[in-house]
Design a protein around this ligand. Structure first.
Ligand SMILES: Nc1ncnc2c1ncn2[C@@H]1O[C@H](COP(=O)(O)OP(=O)(O)OP(=O)(O)O)[C@@H](O)[C@H]1O
Ligand SMILES: [Mg+2]
Length: 631
C-alpha cells in the first residue's frame, strides 16, 4: 500500500476513535468499562502487563521492553514489581518520584522513551482509553466533577475511588458555562501525545537564573488580565507548564538532581499530596507518573547533602545497570547499527560478538571464589555451559557483588569506535580485528580512564583477541569440511562403537568384509590424546562415557555429539588436527597450485553461502587464519 493511502487510513482510524459526550453519557461508559477511570500509574502498569509476561527460569520477563532493551530483564522485573505494580494498586510508592539510576548510556533514556511512546499507543487502545473534561488544558479527570460529599455514594455505585479536587478553572467553567449542571459538562476521549502536549511532558533544567518555574506550573497570561480583570481569575492563567500538561500520564524530569531546588519543592507536594501550587490558586490536583534519571556519582552527592533529605525520602531509586550478557550486548550493537547511517556496511560474522566480549569483561567484577576466572564467569553469565559449574554457582557469583554493571565500557563508545573505523577508512566491510584495533586506539582518547584501568582494558582486548583467534580457526576449519556436523557425528559414532566393544570386551564387525575385528585402539587414543587423557586414565574415561550413555538411555534421551563437553572437544580437535595441515598449506601459500586454488574458492564460497561472509571478509579471514596457523 502506498504511503498516501496509509495516511488516509490513519486519518480514518483516528476519526473512528474519537468520542465526545456529556458527563452523564460518560458515566454510561464507566459502568461498562470502569478501567477508563484508572490512575496514571495503573494505566502504565496495565500497559506493561498487557504486552505479555513470559516466565523464563522462574523470572518474569516483561515483553513490553523486549524490542528495545536487552539483558536488563532482572532490573526491569524489579522495576515493574517493586514500583509499577504496587503503585498501580494505589500503594504508597506511587507517591514517590521514580528515579532511574545507572551508568552512562545504560538505557535509561531509552526506557523512559519506551514508556512515553508506549502510553501514546496504549491510549488509543480499548484497555488504555482515557477521557477528560473537554477544553481543559490539563485534561482533567471528569470524575473530579463529583462533589466530595457524594463520592462515597459514587464508590458504592461504581466501585471507583475518586481522588483530587476540581481545578479552579473547571470550577469556574462549571458555574459559568454549564450553570452548575455537572451532568451536562462535556467530556471527550483524549489521546496521549508528547508532540501535542497531551499527558506526556518533559522537563529539562536549563540555566537556573533564566529558567522560570512557569515551565513547570504554567504562568499568568498578561494579555488576558485586562479582559478578566484579575490575576486570580483562572481564565487569565495559562496552565501550560510540564506538570499541567503531563497530568493523567507521565512526566520525564531530565537531570533532576542538577536542577535548582526551587523546582524540586513543587515536586514534593505533588508527589506526596497529589497536588501542586500554581499562581494564586488553590492547590491543583494532578495524577501523573514522574520519572527522573541520574548516574551514581550525581546521586551519591545528592544524598550526602542534608538539605535534600525531605526530597530524598520521596524518591524511589531503581537501578538500571549495564547488561552483562555477551549475546545481549551483541543485540544492542545490532540495534544501534540498524538505526545508524552505517547500516549498509558489511560486518563480518563474530565481529560484534568479539567487541561485546571486551565490553562485558570491562563491566564484570573479579570473582571472589578462587576457582573461576573472568572469562568463565562471562560465559556463565551468558547462559553457556561451563564444565564444573552449575546454575547454583551462577547465582552465587551474582550475589558476590551488588553493584556489578554500574561501571565499565558503555555501548555508545563501542558504536562510536565502529562507526569511526568505517568512516575514517571508508571501509565497506569490517571485521573483528578492525574493531578491536579501533577500540584499543580509542582508549587513549577516552576521557575518564586512568592508567591503571587502561592497563586492565588493554588486557581485555587481548583476551577478546584470543577468543577471536579460536573462533576464526574453527570457522575456517569447519568451512574446509564439506559437512562439519556430519563428519563430527560419524567420527563420534565410530569412537563410541569402539569404546563399547572395548569396555564389554567384545569384537566389532568390519562393515566391508563382515570379519570380526578388535576395537581400534589407535583411533580411540588419537581422539583421547586431544584432551590429554593419559594411557593410564583411558579405561576410566571410556567407562565414564559408557555410564553416561546408559544414564541418558534410562531417561529416554539420546546421547549425541553435544551431550559430553570433553568428548565433543576431543572430537573437534581431532577433526581439526587432521585438517590442520591441509588448511595451513592451502591458506598460506602465496602461489597456490590449481588444486589449492580450487579448494580456496570452494571454502570462500562456503563461508559466503553458509556463514554470512562477503568475499572481502572471507578472504581476510582465510589470510588471518593462515598466518595464525603458521606461527
Ligand atoms: N540494555 C540495553 N539494551 C538496548 N539498548 C541499550 C541498552 N543499553 C544501552 N542501549 C543503547 O545505548 C544507547 C544509549 O542509551 P540511552 O541513551 O538510553 O542511555 P542513558 O542511560 O540515558 O545514558 P545517559 O546517562 O548518557 O543519558 C541507546 O542507543 C540505547 O538504545
Ligand atoms: Mg539519557
Amino acid at each position: 500500500m502506498d504511503i498516501l493511502k496509509k495516511i488516509e487510513m490513519q486519518r480514518y482510524e483516528d476519526e473512528k476513535l474519537k468520542w465526545e459526550g456529556t458527563f452523564a453519557e460518560y458515566l454510561e461508559i464507566l459502568k461498562d468499562k470502569p478501567l477508563v477511570a484508572q490512575s496514571a500509574h495503573s494505566r502504565v502498569y496495565n500497559m506493561i502487563k498487557d504486552a505479555g509476561v513470559e516466565k523464563v527460569d522462574g523470572r518474569n520477563q516483561y515483553q513490553f521492553f523486549s524490542s528495545q532493551l536487552f539483558g536488563l530483564e532482572e532490573a526491569l522485573e524489579k522495576l515493574v514489581e517493586e514500583y509499577f505494580h504496587p503503585a498501580a494498586k494505589r500503594l504508597d510508592v506511587r507517591k514517590r518520584i521514580l528515579l532511574l539510576m545507572g551508568p552512562v548510556s545504560g538505557g535509561k533514556s531509552t526506557l523512559v522513551a519506551m514508556l512515553k511512546r508506549g502510553l501514546e499507543a496504549y491510549s488509543r487502545t480499548d484497555r488504555g482509553a482515557i477521557y477528560a473534561i473537554k477544553g481543559c488544558p490539563m485534561h482533567e479527570d471528569p470524575l473530579h466533577l463529583i462533589p466530595h460529599h457524594l463520592r462515597q455514594d459514587f464508590y458504592d455505585e461504581y466501585g471507583i475511588r475518586i481522588e483530587g479536587n476540581l481545578s479552579p478553572l473547571n470550577t469556574m467553567r462549571l458555574e459559568q458555562e454549564y450553570g452548575g449542571r455537572i451532568e451536562d459538562v462535556l467530556v471527550e476521549r483524549i489521546f496521549f501525545s508528547e508532540d501535542r502536549r497531551v499527558g506526556i511532558g518533559t522537563f529539562s533544567p536549563s540555566d537556573p537564573k533564566s529558567q522560570d518555574i512557569a515551565d513547570l506550573t504554567g504562568s499568568i497570561d498578561f494579555s488576558t488580565i485586562a479582559e478578566y480583570g484579575s490575576e486570580s481569575d483562572p481564565r487569565a492563567y495559562r496552565f501550560d507548564g510540564e506538570l499541567n500538561k503531563a497530568n493523567r500520564g507521565m512526566m520525564e524530569f531530565q537531570e533532576m538532581l542538577k536542577c535548582d531546588e526551587k523546582f524540586l519543592w513543587h515536586l514534593l507536594s505533588l508527589t506526596q499530596e497529589g497536588n501542586f501550587k500554581a499562581g494564586r490558586f488553590a492547590l491543583i490536583s494532578a495524577d501523573e507518573l514522574i520519572v527522573a534519571h541520574t548516574n551514581e556519582t550525581e546521586y551519591r552527592s545528592f544524598i550526602s547533602n542534608k538539605k535534600n533529605e525531605a526530597l530524598h525520602s520521596r524518591i524511589i531509586v531503581m537501578p538500571v545497570p549495564y547488561n552483562l550478557k555477551v549475546s545481549q550486548e551483541e543485540k544492542i550493537y545490532e540495534k544501534m547499527i540498524r538505526e545508524s547511517d552505517v547500516a549498509d556496511v558489511h560486518i563480518a560474522p563474530h565481529t560484534l560478538r568479539v567487541a561485546a566480549m571486551f565490553t562485558i569483561l570491562t563491566r564484570l567484577k573479579e570473582p571472589k571464589k578462587g576457582d573461576i576466572d573472568l572469562v568463565k564467569k562471562m560465559r556463565l553469565y551468558d547462559g553457556e555451559n561451563v564444565e564444573g559449574f552449575n546454575s547454583a554457582d551462577l547465582e552465587e557469583l551474582k550475589k558476590e557483588y551488588n553493584d556489578e554493571g554500574m561501571s565499565g565500557i558503555d555501548p555508545r563508545y563501542v558504536i562510536n569506535r565502529i562507526s569511526s573505523t568505517i568512516i575514517r577508512k571508508e571501509m565497506t566491510s569490517i571485521n573483528a580485528l578492525d574493531v578491536l584495533r579501533s577500540l584499543k586506539e580509542g582508549l587513549d582518547q577516552h576521557p575518564s580512564i586512568t592508567d591503571e584501568l587502561k592497563e586492565r582494558y588493554l588486557n581485555f582486548i587481548s583476551v577478546a583477541r584470543k577468543e577471536y583467534d579460536d573462533i576464526a580457526k574453527k570457522e575456517v576449519q569447519k568451512a574446509f569440511v564439506y559437512s562439519y556436523e556430519e563428519s563430527a557425528k560419524t567420527l563420534m559414532d565410530n569412537y563410541l562403537d569402539n569404546v563399547e566393544a572395548y569396555c564389554n570386551k567384545n569384537k566389532l564387525r568390519d562393515p566391508l568384509t563382515g570379519d570380526e575385528i578388535n576395537p581400534d585402539e589407535k583411533l580411540m587414543r588419537s581422539i583421547e590424546e586431544q584432551i590429554g587423557v593419559s594411557e593410564n586414565a583411558k579405561k576410566a574415561f571410556r567407562e565414564e562415557i559408557l555410564i553416561r550413555i546408559s544414564a541418558f538411555a534410562r531417561k529416554g534421551k539420546r546421547f549425541d555429539y553435544n551431550s559430553h563437553d570433553r568428548l565433543r572437544e576431543a572430537i573437534q580437535k581431532k577433526l581439526f588436527a587432521d585438517l590442520k595441515d591441509v588448511v595451513k598449506i592451502t591458506t598460506s601459500t602465496k602461489t597456490p597450485d590449481e588444486q589449492q586454488l580450487k579448494k580456496i574458492n570452494e571454502v570462500v564460497a562456503r563461508l559466503i553461502d553458509e556463514h554470512g561472509y562477503n568475499s572481502t571478509s572471507a578472504n581476510e579471514l582465510l589470510r588471518y587464519v593462515g598466518s595464525l596457523l603458521n606461527r
